[in-house]
Design a binder for this molecule. Structure first.
Ligand SMILES: Cc1cc2nc3c(=O)[nH]c(=O)nc-3n(C[C@H](O)[C@H](O)[C@H](O)COP(=O)(O)OP(=O)(O)OC[C@H]3O[C@@H](n4cnc5c(N)ncnc54)[C@H](O)[C@@H]3O)c2cc1C
Length: 327
């Protein structure tokens, strides 16, 4: 059952920010995630602030430096189908097309995708877990087959749910954020908060702040990128394991690389171990095998998610093999 709340649809960004000064107010974009949270009473909400009338938050444009600016209200379908995104940042188009189902991609926005709440069934269910202000993480000794293998820090074992965030981190994208103190840009790599830092929040967004745009820098020449998602079902499902890869090749050697795992940690998880294993090298069978081994270095699987280790190894093996073939 839904709680009672006021609903406002302001016509200006400033008015939306002002409405959000109510501590029990929340941003509503496409609503595909938020409405479920309201129905399940995951957090107390008194006012829903729809940002859908803010025209300046829609659309995709090429920036003067050859990068891309994507308005936060751009739907995932539009991101996945946009010719510019497909030509210049095909891995992002690929990630957007992997989200949920066609209906949800028609309605869900990229801003909502990177800000969505975790999917842990204890958090979403009738449990007052740590993230909801309780004293226990029920996943630690519970049904933890879909939980994290990195970054739980003995605190909270959610996995970050977004498919677009890992590849956006790999592309070194930033979120443009507007709030009562003005506008700031936050690298997506610094946008997410680990449970050991603050178990009650997922992002660095301050009260009243709204993501207005995602800014992706132009790719250097010789760059190739990909997003790979493994899920339990071919219909809609969240990632069990996945990777966003952005590699710059100098001839056949990897001159620079950003490798970000999805389904692995409470935040999009940059794998320094894989990056180190491939940097300066040709992606031959030995290097790929070493990188596949490295991806699970330091992993801390829980009782029921040990299967994720070989899954990540296989994903890295296959994706690097695919990249080496096209290098
Ligand atoms: C059945 C189902 C399957 C799904 N499968 C996937 C999947 O496979 N992969 C995946 O990545 N996601 C999945 N999702 C999650 C979700 O639908 C998408 O992430 C979607 O992109 C959310 O966007 P939205 O505009 O609907 O966000 P909303 O529901 O409107 O908002 C989501 C959250 O973000 C906040 N928010 C929204 N926009 C902004 C903004 N501009 N600034 C600040 N805060 C903001 C809201 O306050 C809310 O807390 C699934 C959801 C469902 C219901």
């Amino acid at each position: 059952m839904f709680p009672n709340f006021d609903y406002v649809q302001p016509n200006s960004l400033q008015a939306a920010i002002t409405h959000l000064s109510d501590p029990a107010a929340v941003v509503h974009a496409g609503g595909t995630d938020l409405l479920g949270c309201l129905r399940e009473h995951i957090f107390a909400v008194k006012k829903v602030v729809s940002i859908s009338a803010l025209k300046e938050l829609h659309g995709i444009t090429e920036s003067v430096d050859g990068g891309l600016r994507i308005g936060a209200l751009t739907t995932l379908r539009a991101v996945g189908e946009d010719p510019l995104v497909r030509r210049r940042f095909s891995s992002l188009a690929q990630a957007a097309a992997e989200v949920a189902s066609p209906q949800l991609r028609n309605q869900g926005t990229i801003g909502g995708n990177i800000c969505q709440k975790p999917r842990c069934w204890y958090y979403r269910g009738d449990f007052t877990c740590l993230r909801k202000g309780g004293g226990t993480c029920f996943a630690a000794d519970g049904e933890n087959q879909f939980h994290c293998i990195f970054g739980g820090g003995g605190t909270c074992f959610i996995v970050h749910p977004s498919d677009t965030a890992p590849i956006l981190v790999a592309l070194n994208a930033a979120a443009r954020v507007a709030g009562p103190k003005g506008v700031r840009e936050v690298l997506l790599e610094k946008f997410y908060v680990l449970p050991e830092v603050d178990v009650r929040r997922e992002t660095v967004l301050e009260p009243q702040e709204i993501v207005t745009e995602i800014c992706i820098p132009p790719p250097a020449s010789g760059t190739r990128s990909a997003y790979r998602k493994v899920r339990a079902r071919r219909s809609w499902d969240f990632a069990l394991a996945g990777v966003g890869l952005v590699l710059r090749f100098d001839g056949r050697r990897v001159a620079a690389g950003r490798v970000v795992l999805s389904g692995a940690a409470p935040v999009p998880w940059r794998s320094a171990e894989v990056e180190q294993a491939i940097l300066g090298k040709e992606l031959n069978a030995a290097v790929i095998a070493a990188a596949a081994k490295a991806v699970v270095a330091g992993a801390e699987p829980l009782a029921k998610n040990g299967y994720k280790l070989p899954l990540f190894q296989g994903v890295i093996d296959e994706e690097l093999t695919r990249m080496s073939a096209s290098a």
